[in-house]
Design a protein. Structure first.
Length: 408
């Protein structure tokens, strides 16, 4: 007997796909497999509220046991998939048992990129899972020693923002600025200044060469500029890699992500990939991309569920994501171009505002600072292909909603 739809990965994407299947009237069996023994949980708060102690593990749970029971979703936590047998349409588990499927959804996510050299302290930290967060919290509780964060991406900066009020923090970034992948130079510079004003030491254009023991529970982080930094906890946040090994071993095309079409379907018509592990077509950019954010995971989960439920649609959502740091909300709609015109609206430095990013006259992305209504307007503009003039974008008194009302 077939097991209907099997979803590998109890992530945001995997849980949403299971829920969406039921919402769309799918009446086949649904099995959700997660290698983490814990219930599915929200990951973004791990670097913020959970780390600060203002949010409990129970408060992070995505769906309760009662939800899975009532929706007739078989949830199997603490279960690892060893391989995919595409010919037999089944997944083989680590214990040797197998589950057959009509449709298979890979929502395997990503894992932290490992430190490339030797000598990383045994108690260094990466942050991806609840266990990672609990281990780091316990380490921080044992010491008030300085913290060194290696990597100036969003997770590292969120941790720095959470911890800077209680201890000395240094962020070390090898690139010329923070957030090389996640933000424009304008927004990255603003965030760097906010962190420095909060007391965090921000070092760019410098790399970590090694680590030297410096007494019990202490390390000196040796830098390429000849300096060394005293540290207790060392946090490594140098990016992530997609968990594509299952797909690749099964012969599915992968290239920094499992390759899918606009319905999130792989080369195998019965197998889908969604969320952080999937590389999908992005017509707005003229190529493919892999996007690591919760909203993309939810959107693609719904697209895959719709295809399985017989209601196929195409994924063409405007990418958007956010980060909460130092009492501010930074939101991005669209994909910031690597080369284009940046126009400032309002007063981002002093309060609410935005950076509008154009390629020629085409609006490609908007980064907002404490301006959620403007963020929503930007998503609608980009989604409908409406391009405010450069003057309209820079004029905080101009109502962008009027452009959409005229278009309709």
């Amino acid at each position: 007997m077939s097991d209907g739809t099997v979803i590998v990965g109890a992530s945001h994407a995997g849980v949403q796909c299971a829920a969406s299947l039921r919402d769309m009237g799918y009446d086949g069996a649904v099995t959700l497999i997660g290698d983490d023994p814990a219930p599915p949980y929200h990951r973004p708060p791990l670097s913020k509220g959970f780390m600060a102690g203002t949010m409990s593990a129970e408060g992070l749970v995505l769906r309760s046991d009662a939800f899975f029971r009532e929706a007739a979703i078989r949830f199997r936590p603490g279960t690892c998939v060893a391989r995919i047998d595409r010919d037999a349409r089944r997944v083989v588990l680590a214990d040797g048992s197998a589950l057959s499927y009509d449709h298979l959804v890979l929502a395997t996510g990503t894992r932290p990129r490992r430190w490339p050299g030797d000598g990383l302290p045994a108690d260094a930290h990466m942050l991806r899972t609840m266990d990672d967060a609990c281990r780091l919290r316990a380490h921080l509780a044992r010491t008030d020693a300085p913290v060194v964060v290696i990597g100036g991406g969003y997770v590292g900066l969120e941790l720095a923002a959470t911890l800077c009020s209680s201890r000395s923090i240094t962020v070390v970034e090898g690139a010329s600025r923070l957030l090389m992948r996640g933000a424009s130079p304008a927004l990255a510079g603003l965030i760097a200044r906010r962190h420095m004003a909060a007391g965090t030491h921000v070092l760019t254009d410098v790399t970590v060469m090694g680590f030297v023991p410096d007494g019990p529970g202490r390390t000196r982080v040796v830098l390429s500029n000849g300096r060394s930094l005293p540290a207790g906890p060392v946090i490594v946040g140098i990016g992530v890699v997609p968990n594509q090994e299952l797909a690749a071993a099964a012969g599915l095309p992968c290239a920094d992500g499992v390759l899918v079409d606009a319905t999130c379907r792989t080369e195998d018509a019965s197998i889908f990939a969604i969320g952080d592990c999937a590389r999908f077509p992005m017509p707005r950019l003229g190529g493919t991309m892999r996007l690591e954010c919760v909203q993309n995971a939810h959107d693609q989960a719904r697209i895959a569920a719709a295809a399985i439920a017989g209601r196929p649609g195409l994924y063409d959502a405007v990418p958007w994501f956010w980060s909460d740091q130092l009492g501010s909300k930074f939101q991005t709609a669209g994909i910031v171009p690597t080369d284009g015109l940046c126009i400032t609206r309002g007063d981002p430095e002093g309060g609410k505002g935005a950076f509008f990013h154009y390629v020629g006259d085409a609006l490609r992305a908007v980064e907002t600072i404490d301006a959620p209504a403007l963020h929503m307007q930007a998503r609608r503009l980009i989604g409908t292909g409406i391009n405010p003039s450069h003057n309209q974008a820079s004029d905080a008194g101009f109502d962008l909603r009027s452009l959409q009302s005229r278009a309709t």
